[in-house]
Design a protein around this ligand. Sequence first.
Ligand code: ADP
Ligand code: ADP
Length: 226
Amino acid sequence: SPKIEISDLDKVYRQAEEETVALRDVSLDIKEGEFFSIIGPSGCGKSTLLHIIAGLVDKTNGEVKQDGEPINKPSAERGVVFQELGLFPWMTVKENVAYGLKLSNNDKKEIKRTVNNYLSAVGLEKFKDSFIHQLSGGMKARVALVRSLANDPKVLLMDEPFGGLDEITKEILQEELERLWEDTEKTIIFITHDIEEATFLSDRIGVMTNRPGSFRDISEVNLERP
Ligand code: ADP
Ligand code: ADP
């Protein structure tokens, strides 16, 4: 059975007199352990789709389920990494990574061990006491990534997490993400508008188009992993 099941999903944003159809009739199954990328131009509804799967935005019509259960609110089972990353500037690197863990775990030693393991996995152990503004863009993206992974979510939802990075840093991060993903076998849904990035990372790519008349369509392209 699929990990994430989306059927006949519509999303209409309503503000005052304006209506924007962000998603229309989207149906999609994502398998357990699959790395699924969604590509498409700006404004085609990628973030909306990801936010609905995260449980952060309400759908208008249709069904969205994880393991057969309707998704209607955020959950620690679904980690999220946004392009803006959302790191806390008043906390150090290690405090950022430990933040979510502390909400669900009281064992300080275990938290410390988990945080250190993840920071070394991405080469940031020397920066654990740095503040976020002291880090390069690539390092910030790494902190955001391991902050999500440290909570051991079943599904990782990523919205252009490498969007602001230069090409070389981006390639390094893609390789690190691929390595981390292969180790953990998590289900990943990854938004990008970079076809090369999607091709490098994914088992499967969903293409969303931005047709006039506010109709959005997802068609699936199957890829063989190299
Ligand atoms: P993408 O991530 O592909 O750029 P979005 O999901 O952000 O697309 O946006 C899809 C459409 O919905 C766009 O037309 C956008 O302007 C609109 N939209 C997104 N968020 C909101 C919102 N909070 N209120 C109103 N309209 C929105
Ligand atoms: P990346 O984002 O891939 O780490 P950068 O070009 O941003 O690449 O940084 C290159 C290297 O410089 C980093 O890998 C890191 O070792 C070092 N570096 C970057 N920012 C800092 C910093 N604030 N303090 C110390 N070393 C840094």
